[in-house]
Design a protein around this ligand. Structure first.
Ligand SMILES: [Zn+2]
Length: 285
């Protein structure tokens, strides 16, 4: 184990949450792993999950691009349709419910800032109004062209995917305005066309909520340095608002330079359970 787990760190995390008025949950791909969701880390892991894409020599950054949708919409929708179906049927792990329990005890509740496009916080019962999806959501669509700024729910689209070939059977979803191909309303690689109105509105709501909080605590979960958006968000709160940061990350738990922070080298669920047990212990004592 490269990083020892120290019980005093768990105790400190529990204390920081007890002292806060608002739980700020900052979540990256590592949050979904305990629910059984893939995090697309590493090319070989990616191709094990999507062998047909391996045969095409397409890595994550190649298939997750507007170019892939223009070149072969049924292949790109094979990948995204499979993920959409997976996210619709996956039950969020028990750590989500622990976070909701903690938030209920705090006067300002919680806000969620996540780079995940899986909609798992909504599925776990978090209020949609508390959530900012900084890279968009796979549960929403937009025009591929795009011919307009419209963003609409993907609810009516039930993807039927030939998993062996990673191909969408039937027609891709269509833009209601121009009739052309629709794509997920998520930020992809090499993506100048992502329509971010929804994410921007969420971010404005988040700002307003954070202004109401005088003692926010950041619980950052499974957010690595490879896609640093979530880490930037935590660090900004740490420096601008002097918010303490609890960083949960089995591989990159270090907290260099953060004024008040604790790093827990654990997966999401085991860390949340350990903190919850420490909080229970404090409440009883
Ligand atoms: Zn269109």
């Amino acid at each position: 184990m490269p990083f020892p787990i120290r019980q005093p760190d768990i105790e400190q995390a529990a204390r920081l949450i007890d002292e806060a008025d608002c739980l700020v949950i900052a979540a990256g791909a590592g949050m979904g792993i305990d629910s059984g969701l893939p995090d697309f880390r590493g090319q070989h892991g990616f191709w094990r999950a999507y062998p047909a894409l391996g045969r095409h020599g397409l890595d994550f950054t190649s298939i997750a691009s507007p170019r892939a949708f223009r070149r072969d919409p049924r292949l790109a929708w094979g990948f995204y349709g499979h993920r959409l179906a997976l996210y619709r049927t996956t039950a969020p792990h028990a750590g989500f419910a622990l976070l909701r329990d903690w938030a209920r005890e705090l006067p300002r509740g919680c806000v969620v800032f996540t780079s995940n496009v899986d909609g798992q916080f909504q599925r776990a019962g978090f209020d949609d109004g508390d959530i900012t999806e900084c890279h968009g959501s796979l549960h929403f669509l937009q025009c591929l062209a795009p011919c307009c700024e419209a963003i609409w729910p993907a609810t009516d689209f039930i993807p039927d995917v030939d998993e062996e070939h990673c191909l969408l059977r039937g027609e891709p979803p269509a833009c209601p305005r121009c009739g052309g191909c629709a794509r997920p309303n998520v930020l992809m690689f090499g993506d100048a066309d992502w329509i971010d109105d929804r994410a921007q509105a969420q971010a404005r709501r988040l700002e307003a909520r954070l202004r109401l909080s005088s003692r926010p605590v950041v619980v950052e979960i499974g957010a690595g340095q490879a896609v640093p958006t979530v880490r930037h968000f935590s660090q900004q709160l740490a420096f601008d608002r002097r918010a303490p940061v609890i960083r949960i990350n089995p591989r990159e738990p270090e907290v260099p330079g953060l004024p008040q922070a604790v790093g827990l080298p654990l997966n999401a669920l085991e860390a949340l359970r350990a903190i919850d047990a420490a909080r229970e212990g404090r409440a009883d004592g």
